[in-house]
Each structure stands twice: as C-alpha cells, then as structure tokens.
Design a protein around this ligand. Structure first.
Ligand SMILES: Cc1cc2nc3c(=O)[nH]c(=O)nc-3n(C[C@H](O)[C@H](O)[C@H](O)COP(=O)(O)OP(=O)(O)OC[C@H]3O[C@@H](n4cnc5c(N)ncnc54)[C@H](O)[C@@H]3O)c2cc1C
Length: 402
C-alpha cells in the first residue's frame, strides 16, 4: 500500500523528491505549482531572494540557479526579484526532471478506514493508502475578517487568493485591506493596470524592507555579518533563529509560537516595491474597516482611524489582502471524522518532530505545519527541513506499522 503525497506545490514536490529515494511504495497527486498559477497575480514578483527560493531535493542539480543555468540565464543575487512566471517555470522543470511520476489528478476525499486511509480521486478511482502527506498549501486557509463576512454580496468582495488577473478591475475603485506584501503589491498592480486602489492598513505606517547592501551576501563585511547574520528569511539573529531553529521552535509554548508566527516577519513590502507604492495611490494608515454595506452596486466602507474618526469610502470592489490562518476544520478534503480526530492548537495540527499528526500516518507540511515549526515553513526556504524530517518519519513509521 502506498504512501500518498497530496499537492504539487513546493512542499509536495520536495516531499515527493525525498520520498522517491526512500524505497517505499508511493503515489503523488496534484497539478504542479497550480496555486502559484491560479491564486497569485500575474506580474507579481517574489519577495524571497533567489538563494532562498529553491525546492529541496536530496541530490544537487535542482536549485533555482540550476534551472536558470539550464535555460541559459545568468546567475542572479539578492538584487534580483524573481518574476512569479519564472518561479512557476522552475517548479514545472523540477517536476518534469525530479518527480515525473506525479499523477496530475486532484484527490477528492480522504477518510479513515481501519487504521488506513481511503482516497477517492477526481477520476473516481478509489484506493487505500498506508500514510498520507497533506501538502495542500494555503488557499483553503484564506482569511477573511469575521467582522466583514456576509456584509456585502460576494461579487463585491474577494480575497486576494481568488485573483490571477487584477487587470479585470481596470477603471474601478478598489479598496484593498491589509498592510503586507500582498496588499501593497496587489495595489501596485491594480494601479498599473488602470484601476484606482486605496489601501486601508491597520498599522500606523507602511513598512518596506531595506535593499540588500550587496548582491552576494558573502560580499558583506565580516563585522556586518556578525551583527546581522544572513539567513533565508532575511538578515538578523531572530530571523536566523527562525530559519534554522524549526526543530526547537516546536518546543516553545503554543501561545509564544502563535505570537512569533505573526510578529517575527511583520507586515511589510519588499524594498523594490516602495517606488511603485509611495505617491502612487492613497494609503490610509492606522485605519480599520468598521463596517461595510452595498449601495448601487458599490461598497460603502466605514473606515475608523486611530482618533476614532469615521470616514466613509466608496469602492467598486473590496479586496481582502488579509492573509491566511491555519484551521484544520476548513480542510474539506479530509472527512469530518478525520478532521475531528486531529488534535489541534489554535486550529493548527499538533505535530510530532516528524510532522505526524495525532492520527497515525497522517502528516501535514507547508503552511499547516508553520504554527508547529515556525515561520520558515511559510516559505519555499523551509522545504528542505520539512521534506528531510518528514521522509525519515514516514519511512520509520511505515516500517513500524508493518
Ligand atoms: C501572494 C503570495 C506571494 C508569496 N511569495 C512568496 C515568496 O516570495 N517566497 C516564498 O518562499 N514564499 C512565498 N509565498 C508563500 C508560498 O505560497 C509558499 O512558500 C509555498 O507555496 C508553499 O508551498 P506548498 O506546497 O505548501 O503550497 P502551494 O504552493 O499552495 O501548493 C499546494 C498545492 O496543493 C494542491 N492541492 C490542494 N488540494 C489538492 C487536492 N485535493 N488534490 C491535489 N492537489 C491539491 C494545490 O493545487 C496546490 O498547487 C507567497 C504566497 C502568496 C500567497
């Protein structure tokens, strides 16, 4: 009976690459990089630097730089923002070379069957699996602030994850809620496509990262590297600890973990985004959307600032760049019995050191594992840590169960 990996984003592909050398029967499902293609805007650039944006494989030759070399492209450093289209092409190249056995099908449901897992595919095929790795990504966890839920008709409000083509809003006024990279980059793309965005941010000001001091981190002065060591999540000791301390992170009290997850990399735009935001469209800082209502096919938003003053803003669409919150209850792919059997904290699965949930044989990776192992699991940079540990645990677990 196979071990199954569901999802073919960076985490699913990395897990599949590592598992395929482990000598266990296996099947991998998903459309490679589908959420990068469908649920992120065209024209977007990655915030992470090339050196921190490779999908992990157990052997050399599959990094982003190897892909670029294979395409005849020159090496790039920290000054190079990766276009999303390049990352998608890299992911598909990784899939074709490293995980060709991927079955391009969606899994319709997973349920518990006498200590095993019963899977149904979109094709209608049903089969049993010994272990299941959930690498289904963040889209199911798109967060819409509860206070805005149900106030305006669904066609007037949407989460950023529902959009690939922001040019469809050309000529429209779009209120963008959020203060992070997704809000700022969506607003920049909207503005550049002829729409009229207004960003509504709870934070007192908008933050942007600092441009790197050199293209290659190794070229930075040694004294600077001692004070602010480089890491996949960025320079500085706290980011260094989160990048390399995933195993220790799991032992912090759950409340501390949740707080760190939301604060270590607070909302901010990439350094290269600043000139596409400042002075280009209104940004209302220290502002909260208090209520929303529909009027004449538009949205009226009551926006309250820190002094308690309310301003009413009219928009043709309300775009929620409000991020993602892990909640196992929202993974409809899992049967209700499986969902309720997974022990959680704050909605996220409690995981062993090997990414196994309280249901033996059911593993979670990627964003669903970030509350357990820390912010690095929100980024492609975490694929190596996750895939190595998870593969070891799956192999040990399957031997143990036999
Ligand atoms: C706008 C935006 C920008 C980002 N920028 C960066 C960045 O610059 N750098 C960075 O490192 N990270 C970035 N991230 C985070 C990035 O999304 C994650 O690092 C990465 O995608 C996580 O990989 P994953 O495999 O867990 O999830 P995903 O990439 O979402 O892949 C999950 C896959 O599972 C598939 N799937 C779901 N359900 C099923 C099913 N039932 N059957 C089969 N397949 C299924 C989906 O189709 C999807 O393709 C960004 C995220 C967003 C939203």
């Amino acid at each position: 009976m196979p071990v199954v990996v569901i999802g073919a984003g960076p985490y699913g592909l990395a897990t599949a690459a590592w598992l395929s050398t482990a000598g266990v029967p296996r099947r991998f499902f998903g459309d490679p990089l589908q959420s990068w293609h469908t649920n992120m805007p065209q024209g977007m650039y990655l915030k992470s630097v090339p050196a921190a944006t490779s999908i992990s494989a157990p052997e050399a030759g599959y990094r982003l730089e190897d892909f670029r070399a294979a395409q005849g492209l020159p090496p790039v450093g920290d000054f190079y923002p990766i276009p999303v289209e390049e990352f998608i092409a890299y992911g598909r190249w990784f899939h074709e070379r490293r995980v060709p056995q991927l079955e391009r099908q969606m899994v319709r449901s997973v349920q518990a069957v006498d200590g095993l897992f019963g899977l149904t595919l979109d094709s209608g095929e049903e089969f049993l699996a010994e272990a299941v790795v959930m690498a289904t990504g963040q889209v199911a966890f798109a967060h819409e602030p509860p206070e805005l839920r149900g106030l305006v008709p669904p066609h007037l409000v949407s989460h950023t994850s529902r959009h690939r083509d922001l040019a469809r809003f050309s000529g429209q006024r779009v209120a963008v809620v959020g203060a992070g990279q997704s809000a700022l980059e969506s607003a920049a793309l909207l503005s550049e496509a002829g729409a009229f965005p207004t960003v509504i941010a709870r934070t007192a000001s908008i933050a942007f990262g600092e441009p790197p001091s050199t293209d290659r981190p190794a070229d930075r002065a040694r004294s600077l590297r001692m004070v602010k060591p480089g890491s996949p999540l960025g320079p500085g000791w706290s980011l260094f600890a989160c990048s390399y301390g995933g195993a220790a992170y799991r032992h912090l009290p759950p409340r501390v973990r949740t707080r760190l997850l939301h604060t270590v990399l607070g909302p901010s735009g990439a350094w290269w985004l600043r000139e596409r935001v400042e002075g280009r469209f209104p940004v209302l800082c220290g502002s909260t959307v208090h209520s929303a209502r529909a009027e004449d096919a538009t949205v009226l938003l009551d926006v309250v600032d820190t002094s308690g003053r309310t301003e009413t803003l009219q928009a043709d669409h309300l775009l929620l760049a409000t991020g993602y919150r892990v909640s196992i209850g929202r993974l409809e792919l899992l049967s209700p019995e499986l969902r309720s059997a997974v022990h959680t904290f704050g909605g996220a699965p409690r995981l062993s050191a090997g990414f196994e949930s309280s249901v033996p044989g059911l593993y979670f990776t990627g964003l669903a594992a970030a509350p357990a192992f820390g912010p690095v699991l929100r980024f492609v940079a975490g694929t190596g840590f996750a895939a190595r540990r998870l593969t070891h645990a799956v192999v040990t677990g399957t031997r143990h169960r036999r």
